[in-house]
Write a protein that binds this ligand. Structure first.
Ligand SMILES: NC(=O)c1ccc[n+]([C@@H]2O[C@H](COP(=O)([O-])OP(=O)(O)OC[C@H]3O[C@@H](n4cnc5c(N)ncnc54)[C@H](O)[C@@H]3O)[C@@H](O)[C@H]2O)c1
Length: 442
């Protein structure tokens, strides 16, 4: 390994997952199976990808762990919170993502992951009715109870470091409110005043994590850490934050495919995306207020890749108020498919002299199978970032996220273009490894 200033990944890494549902249990089961040599962590960049370092005659392609010190799968300890009390084995069986034969070999370990009581407010996810919930009178009490959970977990499991990952349900849409969400002092005051309208339970998890010295990752589209008050807290505590919304199926395809249209200077008059999904996530998203959070996140992807103001001839047609071209996203709850989501994309493009053409994409994916490696990579890379002394929004993690965080108060734009995101990821790893960032073609 080259000279770098990253602290070594010594000791146990506690990964505390908010939500013990389909994504969380698929992630945990895969890690536990992989470290027994019973499966392969397919889809994980930290386990498979190789990055070029050096140039010309000196160039080498190395896995991430040979460039920077990444925690080993063997050092991970899982913890969890959920509204339902079932342990991770029961929850994995309930989710029906994985076959029994792929869960049984690690049953003992999964059974030991028993969710702690959730910081929950039913108004934020009306379709959930579990009772494994903390009895807190105010949002501030939630913060204090969660901080205690983190401290106790760290001590009981002898962890050197903790990362907190939100893989719980999508909360209802909380629009950013300047009076509450812009300054840390206002946010804290609202928590103490129990302002339930502006303080989502997820914000209590994030606040607790950062103040306990743990990076926080938002895997749902919730606005939680995507507010200036949380950026301020991340600066103050010197902790990394990342979000929002795992980029798994349809949006991964969108952020990888739309550059074809943009680079080739073809026109776009509309992009219609629809999905059917039958798991508990789909059930929660069937509620319009929860879907709104997801819709905002899914719609944002094209905005910075195909820009109407840059190319009005190509992307300025149509009447969509946000994007000029029509961009619609729908999710329909359809129980027979469970976690096996089917997505359809109809893309209306136009070419030379305005002649129309169509592209159809039909992706029969498995939601949690695509999300699990992202959970692993986001946790390992956030832990790495913390040891490298990086704090605040980790833009190099945009690659893994549907609606990447950026400083919208300074007019900064999100980077949604998959290949630009990959360049940012590789360069961050190079820099943390003590090498120079570059944009050379591999
Ligand atoms: N699978 C994907 O492809 C994908 C992609 C992007 C984002 N996501 C997001 O990941 C999240 C998890 O998805 P899933 O399929 O595992 O859903 P799931 O419904 O199976 O699991 C979510 C769990 O979170 C629990 N929960 C809800 N509120 C909580 C709280 N305040 N505290 C603790 N636990 C709470 C629920 O009880 C449930 O068990 C969702 O928000 C989803 O939108 C998933």
């Amino acid at each position: 390994m080259n000279q770098n200033n990253v602290k070594p990944a010594e000791g146990k890494l506690g990964i505390m997952v908010v939500g013990c549902g389909a994504v969380a249990t698929t992630f945990m089961t895969g890690v536990l199976m992989a470290r027994k040599g019973l499966t392969k962590p397919v889809g994980s960049m930290t386990q498979y990808d190789k990055i070029r370092i050096g140039k010309g005659e000196n160039k080498k392609y190395l896995p991430y762990s040979e460039i920077v010190p990444i925690a080993k799968l063997d050092d991970i300890v899982f913890g969890s919170w959920d509204v339902y009390p079932q342990n991770a084995y029961q929850a994995a069986m309930y989710a029906e993502v994985l076959k029994e034969k792929d869960i049984e070999p690690v049953r003992d370990e999964l059974e030991k992951i028993v969710p702690m009581k959730a910081a929950f407010d039913k108004n934020y996810a009306k379709r959930l009715d579990g009772d494994n919930v903390k009895d807190c009178k105010t949002r501030w009490e939630m913060v204090e109870a969660l901080r205690e959970d983190i401290r106790n977990f760290k001590k009981a499991n002898n962890c050197a470091r903790i990362v907190v990952l939100w893989a719980a349900s999508t909360e209802i849409y909380v629009p950013v409110c300047e009076e509450v969400h812009y300054k840390l002092s206002d946010l804290e005051a609202a928590m103490k005043a129990d302002d339930r309208e502006h303080i989502a339970p997820s914000m209590c998890y994030a606040y607790a994590a950062l103040t306990e010295g743990a990076p926080f990752i938002m895997g749902a589209p919730n606005t939680t850490v995507d507010i200036p008050a949380m950026w301020e807290l991340a600066e103050k505590t010197k902790m990394p934050i990342a979000g929002k919304d795992f980029k798994t199926g349809q949006t991964l395809v969108k952020s990888g495919f739309s550059p074809i249209i943009g680079t080739r200077c073809l026109g776009l008059s509309g992009w219609f995306s629809t999905n059917i999904l039958g798991n508990r996530d789909g059930l929660v998203l069937d509620e319009p207020a929860n879907f709104r959070t997801k819709e905002v996140s899914k719609l944002s992807t094209l905005e910075t890749i195909l820009k109407p103001d840059w190319q009005p001839d190509l992307y300025g047609h149509g009447n969509d108020e946000d994007t000029q071209y029509y961009h619609k996203v729908r999710i329909n709850y359809y129980p027979p498919r469970n976690d096996n989501k089917e997505g359809w994309d109809n893309i209306d493009i136009f070419g030379w002299m305005g002649y129309p053409m169509q592209i159809k994409i039909n992706f029969l994916c498995r939601d949690s199978i695509l999300a699990a490696p992202l959970c692993l990579d986001l946790c390992l890379l956030s832990d790495l970032a913390a040891r490298a002394g990086r704090y605040g929004t980790q833009r190099f993690l945009s690659f893994f996220l549907k609606s990447p965080m950026h400083d919208y108060t300074q007019g900064e734009e999100a980077v949604n273009h998959l290949y630009q995101q990959y360049t940012m990821l590789k360069n961050a790893i190079r820099e943390m490894g003590g090498y120079e960032a570059d944009e050379e073609i591999d």
